[in-house]
Design a protein around this ligand. Structure first.
Ligand SMILES: Cc1cc2nc3c(=O)[nH]c(=O)nc-3n(C[C@H](O)[C@H](O)[C@H](O)COP(=O)(O)OP(=O)(O)OC[C@H]3O[C@@H](n4cnc5c(N)ncnc54)[C@H](O)[C@@H]3O)c2cc1C
Length: 389
């Protein structure tokens, strides 16, 4: 299906198509199995490509249908409402891959990689965090050295999600002394099958089917053409990172959060009408009615925040305040919504059999990854001009 220039009615049609696809390819028993097995088969990206979702991040000159953040956000929300792991496949293709390359890739990289991204044949993972480095990315320790037309990489990335199934790891590396912080960082596109890469899965309480990995680089050699943006972007990694790459990440997290919170609310809403205590459905008890109404209201507020950020991006305005606020508010509020919905299910919200216990495990990471809530507050205080002294 073409996703080019969709208006609101068109986006609702697309929403319907995604839901029908999910009923076909991702019944709840499949989603529960992926969670249990800590794995989603990578070839599910094919179904997303068949629906035109991968093309929605790629302009027409590269064979796509136009780069539309609203369509991508809608798709991430819908996929996450059933399976964040499916949404993650789209994120690795359309956001980490296509949108990132469009914003910061060289003409050669775009021509070489966008057609395969567009067709759903490539996945990119983000290798930013390290054992000693989380929020403070300017202190990255993974090193790279230039040797004629090659670069050699040594170091360890941690929490690199889906590194085991991706094609390229978008890796933030240091090219000189650590004291220079943001001034000597570069970003490399490292093929995940390069000699010298070892990948080890890490156990997490939620998002298990988006397997997150520790990745060790031991004298990994890549051509200098694999510097993101080309060899002339050596040492320009920080500018590339804090620009469009992190902006897009601040959109993907709220879209995912809304999908997860919506599923929790749907499950609690239905359950409250069927579960009876004291001779009435529990939704007749005032505390349950109020909790459900509050959750609906909070979900609406989340949508408004994300919508504001998407408007800023679509209109090419400076979106840093809007995207940081959306990431902060929606991730935190989604946790509140899901935890409130879990209580409505009583013991059944704590046990297997319903989706709820997985939704609780999955939602809790959202205020942590993609720039924690504290980091968003720090950024916002600066962006909004609060003096430090
Ligand atoms: C399941 C999962 C998947 C992930 N996937 C990826 C991935 O694909 N790629 C990737 O690169 N990373 C990934 N991450 C890493 C994630 O982005 C980091 O966990 C996150 O950036 C926070 O870093 P940290 O956990 O090291 O916390 P730290 O930076 O050590 O922070 C610890 C605490 O201190 C607070 N804090 C830190 N600095 C400040 C400050 N200046 N002011 C106030 N408070 C502060 C933080 O908010 C947090 O509460 C993933 C993490 C998880 C759990």
């Amino acid at each position: 299906m073409s996703t080019a220039g969709l208006d609101e009615a068109g986006r609702e049609l697309l929403r319907g198509s995604i839901r029908r696809m999910l009923d076909r390819i991702a019944p709840l028993e499949n989603v529960a199995r992926w969670d249990r097995d800590d794995h989603i088969p990578r070839d599910y990206i094919r179904h997303l490509a068949d629906l035109g979702l991968c093309m929605a991040a790629v302009p027409t000159q590269f064979g796509g249908t136009g780069s539309d953040p609203r369509v991508i956000a809608l798709a991430i929300e819908e996929l996450s409402s059933r399976s964040p792991a499916l949404a993650s496949l789209l994120i690795q293709n359309a956001i980490y891959g296509s949108m990132n390359l469009l914003a910061t890739g060289s003409a050669e990289q775009q021509a070489r990689l966008l057609p395969d991204l567009d067709a759903g044949r490539l996945l990119f993972a983000y290798g930013l965090s390290e054992p000693n480095v989380g929020s403070d990315l300017a202190s990255v320790e993974t090193r790279t050295e230039r040797r004629r037309r090659s670069v050699v990489v040594n170091g360890t990335k941690r929490w690199c999600s889906d590194a085991d199934i991706c094609d390229f790891i978008v890796t933030l590396v240091r090219t000189g002394p650590v004291e220079a912080r943001r001034h000597n960082l570069s970003i490399l596109l490292i093929p995940s099958t390069s000699d010298g890469i070892t990948t080890r899965a890490m156990a997490t309480m939620g998002m298990r089917d988006i397997k997150t990995c520790e990745v060790t680089f031991d004298d990994v050699v890549v051509p200098v053409e694999n510097v993101l943006g080309g060899p002339s972007c050596w040492d320009r990694g920080w500018q590339q990172l804090v620009g469009p790459a992190l902006e897009a990440e601040k959109i993907q997290v709220p879209a995912m959060a809304i999908g997860i919170a919506r599923s929790a609310l749907d499950e609690a809403w239905t359950y409250a009408q069927t579960r009876r205590q004291f001779g009435v459905p529990i939704c007749a008890h005032q505390s349950i009615r109020h909790a459900l109404v509050d959750a609906k209201m909070k979900l609406l507020a989340c949508r408004a925040m994300l919508d504001r950020a998407l408007s800023a991006i679509s209109e090419n305005r400076d979106s840093a305040v809007e995207t940081s606020m959306a990431k902060l508010f929606v991730a935190e509020t989604a946790c509140e919504i899901v935890l409130a919905c879990q209580r409505i299910l009583g013991a059944y919200g704590y046990a297997e059999g319903f989706q709820m216990e997985r939704l609780v495990r999955d939602v809790l990471v959202l205020p942590i990854w993609g720039g924690s809530s504290a980091i968003q507050r720090n950024n916002l205080a600066g962006l909004l001009g609060l003096p430090r002294a």
